[in-house]
Design a protein around this ligand. Structure first.
Ligand code: ADP
Ligand code: MG
Length: 640
């Protein structure tokens, strides 16, 4: 396929639309692409930005500020208002994605802006000024800002993206992230896990032959995540995740602020009473922390005089702020110990020992702190991967995934198609396929089933993956019950089973009884836990056993059909005894006995001929006493 690359400098047009990778972080967000010339992922930076020198130009603080006129600013300029205008400056919106007030009420003091507590089960909203915003809208403002920056830098429209989320995000949170993209005018082609993206950026998983166990240690601004991943044949499996959603670099900044307040003999109330002071000292603390990753000591000036300060200097005089590396390390030690405890739990859940870890990947700005690298590498007994920029690595991985989606990296296995068929168990243990293998995803399919017993109030739906005719030879993915079906004669309920595989490879199975409207659904991740070899093996087996399978299936189908016919005929006769002639009753009874015998003999052809005989006998009177429901039951498929 011929492609015209884009020239970043001149912005000359490209034929193929660019797909960007986005790290939508709690603290910082950024956007990345595969450089058309070097083919390497790069984070997009505003070269002419007004940022203070030395600050990474690629990061956009995930902060949204609303002014009194309703103007919205995002990023560095919004961060200025964090402490001076807490009600109108929204940070950490990511924590609220897909959450109800109930979910966050224990941490409500964390949010300095107004999180609305109305109907506790519905999704939260945030109030800024006179308006209410959902976390999806807030995230969309950040994504829109990123999109605009990218368009400005690349001089080309940006409409498609891969966006990362924490591995523990549930489907609601993933969907919320997708919706935020849509609102920002971005088609989110794929949502991928942050630790997976970080591993990809380090080149792990790009080689199909590779089998590795990876620990991804991600310490950001306000959250800590440890994820244990297994990679084989280009498929990433999350073995376990752990962490602390309220632990990160912000805690280190606050620890430094407290330390300085003590040195200055100031009380902590000072921060509450004097917002300007609080903002300045906090920003200084973050600056000190960052410098201490490279220097032994930080010395700075805070040009602010406090009215509460003991003795208080002359107006405008500066306070000297000092902290050494060892003092800082002592302050943050308890937090790091906490992360180690999380790592231990993650290893336990993954049922692994530290020696099983092949690679440790460091992610998040806070992992620049040398002491953290040392403690983590001591814990796992291995050097950590820290050669890449820890606050860009997730976005870079997202760009790599985007490139794979764009079809530029053919070597890499894509889960764009279903490797194996997906279906449910029907009567007799048969596999009824709804989505056949090699279907392009996203895809959906549905089919109707019915009950086999009068008044049956529940149906068990078992979901399988594989190519064999009998479910016992396939892989069971999940099972659930559709209950509370109102009492109806057998064959009357209409149960529609639908399968939907979304673009993230998640299978959603829904069962709905159409007459009563009751429904039930379940979510599974079919690709998890299956390697290429296993898929291959399952396919091979389906070919080797194809002959037996066909024979078994044919017999089972015949048996099921015969049994069903016996049941319905019996019911029909019982119900309509008065309408039948004596002769009809006798011949029917004989034909039923003959069919019963054929069933016990397990002779497929005999069963078929006896079915036909019975049908021929009952057809004339059945037509005569036409009963809609029963004739339906005679044709309908049933699930056991
Ligand atoms: P998130 O994933 O939560 O959006 P990031 O990965 O961007 O967060 O990390 C942001 C945090 O990293 C902030 O607390 C920031 O102060 C911290 N940080 C950035 N650079 C350094 C550094 N050199 N030393 C220590 N901490 C740093
Ligand atoms: Mg992050």
């Amino acid at each position: 396929m011929a492609k015209i690359g884009i020239n970043i400098a001149t912005g000359s047009l490209q034929k193929e639309e660019i797909i960007v990778g986005i790290d939508l972080g709690t603290t910082n967000s950024l956007i990345s692409i595969i450089h058309p010339d070097t083919k390497q992922p790069v984070a997009l930076k505003e070269h002419n930005s007004s940022l203070p020198t030395g600050q990474a130009g690629s990061l956009v603080p995930s902060i949204v500020h609303f002014d009194s006129k309703g103007n919205i600013t995002v990023g560095e300029s919004a961060k200025q208002y964090l402490i001076t205008e807490p009600h109108n400056t929204i940070f950490s919106a990511k924590r609220l994605m897909g959450k109800s007030y109930n979910d966050i009420k224990n941490n409500s003091s964390f949010f300095t802006y107004k999180v609305i507590d109305d109907d506790t089960e519905s999704l939260v909203k945030v109030q800024a000024g006179q308006k209410f915003y959902s976390p999806i809208e807030l995230s969309s403002f950040i994504l829109k800002e990123l999109k605009q920056r990218a368009e400005h830098i690349l001089k080309t429209p940006v409409n498609k993206a891969v966006v990362t989320v924490p591995a523990y995000f549930n489907d609601t949170q993933r969907q919320a992230t997708r919706d935020a993209g849509k609102l920002a005018g971005l088609d989110v082609l794929r949502i991928i896990n942050e630790p997976t993206a970080a591993s990809l950026a380090y080149g792990i998983g790009l080689n199909k032959q590779e089998h590795k166990t990876i620990a991804v240690y991600d310490l950001g601004g306000g959250t800590f995540d440890i994820s244990i991943l297994k990679i084989s044949n280009g498929i990433f499996e999350v073995l376990s995740t752990n962490g602390d959603t309220y632990l990160g670099g912000d805690d280190f900044d606050n620890a430094i602020v407290k330390f300085w307040l003590q040195k200055l003999s100031l009380k902590e109330e000072e921060l509450k009473n004097n917002k300007q002071f609080a903002q300045s000292i906090r920003l200084k603390a973050e600056e000190a922390k960052k410098q201490l990753s490279f220097k032994e000591e930080f010395v700075g000036q805070l040009n602010y005089s406090s009215p509460l300060a003991d003795g208080g200097g002359p107006e405008g005089a500066g306070h000297e702020l000092k902290i050494s590396k060892s003092e800082f390390e002592e302050l943050i030690r308890p937090y790091i110990d906490k992360t180690i405890a999380c790592c231990k739990n993650a290893m336990k859940d993954a049922k692994l020992t530290n020696a099983d870890i092949d690679v440790i990947v460091m992610v998040g700005g806070s992992t620049r702190i040398p002491m953290i690298k040392k403690i983590i590498s001591d814990f796992f007994g291995k050097a950590v991967n820290d050669t890449m920029n820890p606050d860009e690595v997730v976005a870079l991985g997202a760009a790599l995934q985007a490139d794979i989606l764009a079809g530029n990296n053919k070597e890499f296995l894509l889960l764009d198609i279903t490797p194996l068929s997906l279906g449910i168990e029907t009567r007799g243990g048969l596999m009824d396929i709804l989505i056949s293998r090699n279907s392009k995803i996203p895809t959906k399919a549905s089919r109707q089933y019915t009950t086999q017993v009068n008044g049956q109030s529940g149906i068990k739906i078992s979901v399988y993956q594989g190519e064999r005719d009998m479910v016992k030879d396939n892989r069971k993915l999940a099972a659930f019950n559709l209950t509370n079906i109102p009492a109806m004669p057998a064959g009357l309920p209409k149960v529609e089973i639908s399968f939907l595989i979304n673009a993230d490879g998640i299978l959603i199975v829904k069962a709905k009884e159409l007459r009563s409207g009751i429904e039930q659904s379940i979510e599974v991740q079919p690709q998890y836990g299956l390697t290429d070899q296993q898929v291959e093996k399952m396919l091979l087996e389906s070919i080797t056993h194809a002959k037996d399978d066909i024979a078994t299936r044919a017999l089972l189908e015949a048996k099921t059909e015969g049994e069903q016919l016996l049941e319905t005929t019996e019911k029909f006769i019982y119900k309509n005894a008065n309408e039948l002639l004596v002769g009809e009753l006798e011949t029917t009874a004989e034909a039923m006995q003959a069919l019963q015998l054929a069933l016990t003999m397990e002779d497929k052809d005999l069963i078929h001929s006896k079915i036909e005989e019975l049908n021929n006998i009952s057809r004339p009177y059945a037509e005569r006493i036409m009963d809609q429901a029963v004739s339906k039951a005679m044709q309908g498929k049933t699930i056991s």
